[in-house]
Design a protein around this ligand. Structure first.
Ligand code: COA
Length: 256
């Protein structure tokens, strides 16, 4: 258990609160571990009928911890990596997943939403998937799920140009169910989760299973994961991570 993810279960609803606000809820390996453990538990615990994701502080999540990416790029990251377990748990989740999204939702902070069944965004939400800016590749099956949801042109601009989508636009494009004032956001997500918790779980499970091809999603995650791991080792990616650490724009012109 890490103090950076709060896990609460109440009246059939498991709430997972990202709680590393000083880093905009950047996801460390330990945080992925808790998220993966919690989703795996949700699948087998009869006390959990719905899972809600939310973030403390001014943002939902700034995505994968870039220090961990740097460590992976330089070979100094030796821990067991929990991100893949988290992504597979998202792919195979049968319980309904609900998200309350405000502020920054970068990288996996946005791609995980493509696995949620109900998403609520506040107007200040800023969804970005700047994988190309980081010299990386789309993950979490987003290379298929994002264009399927919003169309190729919009998805490409998000991936390749790093274009941001605000909370209102996210609702208009079908990335979220509704735009909700920030002060009401958590209550709205919780109310939706409470409604789901009262529905027959068997029917919810069958409905979600029919709506998503979990095996296809998991297989695509493997394909993306292999390319992503390759890209982490590139000079382009090292330049991108160094630029973030040094708070300067990346310069790819000299990278072969
Ligand atoms: N990993 C590690 N640390 C991160 C982080 C990340 N993904 N995102 C933010 N942080 C840290 C910053 O380094 C900073 O730490 P410091 O106070 O010790 O210097 C702190 O969180 C606040 O971030 P800051 O950049 O000052 O906030 P901002 O409001 O100016 O910008 C973001 C917020 C999210 C736009 C910006 O931090 C950012 O672009 N982060 C990287 C996002 C990213 O590329 N994620 C990976 C996607 S695959």
């Amino acid at each position: 258990m890490t103090e950076h993810v709060k896990v609460e279960i109440d009246a059939g609803v498991m709430t997972l609160t990202l709680a590393r606000p000083d880093k905009k809820n950047a996801l460390s390996n330990a945080m992925y571990g808790v998220l993966a453990d919690s989703l795996e538990r949700a699948e087998r615990d009869p006390e959990v009928r719905v899972v809600v994701f939310q973030g403390d502080g001014d943002s939902f999540s700034s995505g994968n911890d870039l220090k961990d990416f740097t460590a992976q790029a330089t070979g100094s990251f030796t821990e067991e990596r929990h991100v893949w377990r988290f992504l597979k748990a998202l792919a195979r989740a049968t319980r309904p997943l609900v998200a309350a999204v405000h502020g920054q939702a970068v990288g996996v902070g946005t791609t995980m939403l493509l696995h949620c069944d109900l998403v609520f965004t506040s107007p200040d939400a800023r969804l970005t998937v700047p994988f190309v800016n980081l010299a990386l590749a789309p993950e979490a099956a987003s290379s298929w799920l994002l264009p399927a949801r919003i169309g190729h042109a919009r998805a490409y601009a998000m991936f390749a140009l790093g274009e941001a989508v605000d909370g209102t636009t996210a609702a208009a494009w079908g990335l979220s169910n509704a735009v909700v004032p920030l002060e009401d956001l958590r209550a709205r997500a919780r109310a939706a989760a409470d409604q789901l918790a009262k529905r027959p779980l068997g029917a919810l499970t069958v409905t979600k299973g029919l709506m998503r091809d979990a095996e296809k999603i998991a297989a695509l995650m493997d394909k993306e994961g292999a390319l992503f791991a390759e890209r982490l080792q590139t000079a382009e990616a090292r330049e991108a991570f160094m630029a973030f650490a040094e708070r300067r724009p990346a310069d790819f012109s000299k990278v072969a």
